[in-house]
Design a protein. Structure first.
Length: 539
């Protein structure tokens, strides 16, 4: 917004700072922002990616969608909004602690001024104690505005960001189109924003995302541990050999990360690959021609993803379940239902589950769908605003049909995360609960599966590379476990979902602290010996 008084801006910022907010997962909002081409985006693009706004407002008034002024704000939950002017997106606004967005993997609402200047660079000048002008100078830090200590403003057109501060901490973060940036930035943007350009990196720390980035100017010779924690891909440009650790090769890490570990490949060599078993996935859209899973998708159904044809998440979970190199069950077949999780409406996942049940009804007894992998929490009020009860009903119908549903909810999410020792990836005993950045933690009523140090398929339509996640999440454990279950059903199709779950817990390796690590080889041994459950013993 231009030509608004600073008094109004300050009052808005104070309200934002003290207002309560519902926390939104950072990975979710960042993934959706990455899908938006802010240079060309319209309201339709915003709705396609973020769903319908809660309301349209401007100048203290609320409008309907069919009666919008030339400039207005599309307001969403979690202190997120989009300013639309002349039919185009003018700004994306993140205001308040619940917004969740992280700029350059570092800056967010709550970041201190010193950290902002470290990431964006020092201002070309600093104005202290004066009023904020109607048109603030780009690159100038306005500090202690109107003599109010801690009230600041900093605009960087070359970075496409405006920041407001209260008590020297960011209270509002606004993203602007690249067309408003400097010519060099606009030139780079013309080659493709976000994931498409190779952005030079001046510094890097543990767990940073350096996919599609240029690290060639850095000296990483002492960064043995550092490199193991990064998110990188085959397009990442590394320094020369003299500036890299002697004992760490990113290419070897990426190749090693394809191994599911914990003895899974030994089972594959025995012919236990999930062959003949049908499974299902509900996740974000994806292309079907990636070499990791090309030809393994028995059917594909789009519940309403619009123009979105692929995502980061969908290819990743598919490769972890049935990937030729990464998957725990590389010969299983998948019924894949694409659901737009960014719309925050559980009706889409429920619709996907209904479709899977319908497909299952058409299959002969020997080809029934055994398990549905859902790397999401359709019942979470933090990520789904509407129709959550539909998921509970759909799961009941699926389970009545003999289909196990694995998701990230408290009700059905009995899978947690761990990481294995990359030096001995087959050792179940060497796995550590939790993940490296957040520390060791676990729930004793969950089976823990590897979520860190894995390589997965990327969203490229050509499908010519995978990438490693330095920091994994529960999303990666669900398809891992679903694949292990598929191995069991390959050799014992007569066993029920209840029996399979019991055998997973019975076979798990229990550490001294009580953590239960998934143990694929022992699971298969117990599956082979299991007795058939009678009707009186369960489904």
């Amino acid at each position: 917004m231009k030509n608004v008084t600073f008094a109004i801006l300050v009052s808005v910022i104070v309200l934002i700072f003290v207002s309560p907010a519902i926390s939104q997962p950072e990975s979710d909002i960042n993934a959706r922002v990455a899908q938006l081409d802010i240079d060309k985006a319209t309201l339709d693009d915003v709705i396609r990616i973020f769903g319908e706004p809660e309301k349209y407002v401007w100048g203290g008034k609320t409008f309907t969608k069919d009666n919008l002024p030339s400039t207005y704000i599309a307001a969403y939950p979690d202190n997120f909004s989009a300013v639309i002017s002349g039919g185009k997106v003018n700004e994306l606004r993140f205001e308040g602690q619940g917004s969740g967005y992280v700029f350059k993997d570092k800056l967010k609402v709550g970041s201190p001024l010193d950290e902002v200047l470290e990431v964006l660079g020092q201002p070309t000048g600093t104005v202290v104690g004066e009023a904020l002008p109607r048109i603030a100078k780009d690159g100038v830090l306005y500090k202690d505005i109107n003599g109010r200590k801690g009230h600041c403003y900093y605009n960087r057109k070359d970075e496409g960001i405006r920041l407001f501060f209260f008590n020297y901490n960011v209270t509002a973060l606004y993203l602007t189109p690249t067309a408003q940036r400097g010519s060099s930035e606009a030139g780079r943007a013309s080659k493709g924003r976000m994931l498409q350009r190779l952005e030079p990196v001046e510094s890097v720390k543990e767990f940073d995302d350096v996919r599609n980035k240029d690290l060639s100017k850095l000296d990483l010779s002492k960064g043995k541990r550092l490199i193991r924690t990064l998110k990188f891909n085959q397009k990442t440009i590394w320094p020369g050999q003299e500036k890299m650790p002697v004992s760490v090769d990113p290419n070897q890490l990426l190749t090693g990360g394809m191994n599911p570990g914990l003895g899974v490949r030994d089972l594959h060599r025995q012919g236990i690959t999930g062959k003949g078993v049908n499974v299902a996935i509900i996740d974000q859209p994806m292309y079907l021609d990636h070499p990791e899973f090309a030809g393994k998708i028995a059917a594909y159904y789009d519940t309403g993803c619009g123009t979105e044809k692929s995502s980061m998440h969908g290819p990743a979970v598919a490769s972890l379940l049935v990937g030729a190199n990464c998957g725990t069950a590389p010969d299983a077949r998948v019924y894949y239902a694409a659901a737009p999780s960014w719309k925050r409406d559980t009706a889409y996942e429920a619709k996907a589950l209904d479709w899977i049940i319908q497909q299952n009804e058409k299959l002969p007894i020997s080809e029934k769908i055994r398990v549905v992998s859902v790397s999401a929490a359709p019942l979470s009020p933090h990520t789904r605003d509407r129709n959550r009860d539909m998921w509970t009903q759909g799961c009941a119908h699926a389970e009545a049909a003999g289909i196990m549903v694995l998701d990230c909810t408290e009700e059905r999410g009995f899978i947690g995360k761990c990481w294995y020792n990359s030096k001995v990836p087959e050792s179940v005993a060497s796995c550590t609960p939790g993940h490296p950045k957040e520390g060791v933690y676990f729930s004793p009523d969950r089976i823990l599966a590897p979520a860190w140090g894995r390589t997965v398929a990327e969203e490229s339509k050509k499908g010519d590379f995978g990438y490693i996640y330095g920091l994994g999440g529960t999303s990666w454990t669900i398809p891992y476990c679903a694949g292990v279950l598929a191995l069991g059903w390959q050799i014992r199709p007569d066993l029920t979902p209840d029996q399979m779950r019991e055998l997973l817990f019975e076979s798990a390796y229990t550490k001294k602290d009580g953590a239960k690590i998934i143990n694929p080889k022992k699971f298969i041994r117990l599956v082979q010996k299991a007795k058939v459950m009678t009707p009186s013993q369960g489904r």
